[in-house]
Design a protein. Structure first.
Lengths: 203, 203
DNA sequence: AAGCAGTGTTAACGCTCATTAACGTCGTGC
DNA sequence: GCACGACGTTAATGAGCGTTAACACTGCTT
């Protein structure tokens, strides 16, 4: 009854617009009046739905990290139960992350940009979720490429995240690949990076 | 006489600390008093050296984009004059970018985070410099991998930038690779990504 | 019909913060 | 020795903005 319903509730509207605005101009760069205007109400009306501006950011960031992690975990357990090899699981993780990056650009942007604006407790929570997500990837990557040290695997995973999250930085105009082509390209790039990480010292 | 000297002048001190602080907490998240305190003077004393807070950010961002571009151009012309093949030039570009990313983390962070806070003219300038830098890379990449479309090459270059610029996101503690190992790893990852971009449709 | 929960509105408060004013101090060239 | 530029300081100003207060309106529920 309280979690998710069909029609987008006002809260969800607000969160969506806030995410967009925060991503565009940064948390401090957006006023509550703007957020209100974006959903048709004005300024302090937001306080009927959220405790404050901080609360919106917190809910956004916790939500993002949470969704990423649970999505990843889901894919992992499905793969394990289905007896799928680690290599395919890695593909699945990549695909999930790409879907997220392409479909929720503003959130991806926020994700690594505004973390420091959170209250200590929220920031700790988000960081923990992020860390678990990274560790999930690291485990799978090391299963596929056993020769990688943990440190190298972790750095590589971070780098690949940077690669996959690069779509928001693409300049608006100009001929970009369509969504499908872009997803395919990013997937290939990520796999190429992992393969290169594993091929140590090859000249 | 005016460009670079041995001892760090006060202006340079201020810029360096401002860059660090902006990167850590965002442009709006840092007060002028903090910047002043970081260099031992306080608050409005900064106005003897800069027209305002905006001016500091502008100088930082223009400086970054400019240095990246001139560095890249230099390597390119050196390579062409030396009769070096495009493949080695690409390595050189990657190496230069990695040096920058590893040695000037705060600046890299600012580079794609606070661009929107600039006055229109400054922002246009920075974007133009960035675009030229990207185009420089795209040309070289297409020389090495002629089968790539311009659109794909550009998207790939952006993605590789995201990969190379990922170092600031690495969590502080934990066993990271040292600087040399990190540089080597990033280089290999970037080359791996480019190679993967070029190997279309390969299963 | 009364009452109340939900959802808005506008006006006011108070704090932060960039910027400016007004005022010192030190070192250097005449 | 003294003017003056370079460099700082603290106090004041003024705008922006998050938040709260006080006050409607709407639509159920009894």
């Amino acid at each position: 009854m309280s979690t998710t319903s069909a029609a987008p509730t006002r809260r969800e509207q607000i969160l969506k617009e806030a995410a967009r605005l925060f991503a565009e101009r940064g948390f401090h760069g957006v006023g509550v009046d703007e957020i209100g205007a974006a959903v048709g109400i004005s300024g302090p009306g937001l306080y009927r739905h959220f405790a404050g501006k901080d609360a919106m950011l917190a809910e956004l960031l916790v939500g993002i990290s949470g969704r990423l992690l649970t999505g990843g975990k889901l894919r992992a357990t499905e793969a394990r139960d289905g007896g799928v090899v680690a290599d395919e699981l890695l593909d699945s993780l990549i695909e999930g992350h790409i879907d997220f990056a392409l479909d929720d650009r503003p959130l991806i942007t926020l994700h690594d940009r505004e973390l420091d604006r959170l209250r200590d407790s929220d920031r700790k929570l988000v960081r923990q979720l992020q860390r678990q997500y990274v560790e999930l990837w690291v485990e799978v990557v090391r299963e596929v490429y056993p020769q990688l040290t943990e440190a190298v695997a972790r750095a590589t995973v971070h780098a690949v995240f940077g690669l996959l999250n690069s779509t928001p930085h693409l300049s608006r105009p100009g001929p970009l690949p369509g969504r499908g082509a872009m997803a395919g390209l990013l997937h290939r790039l990520a796999r190429g990076a992992f393969a290169a990480a594993a091929s140590d010292g090859v000249g």
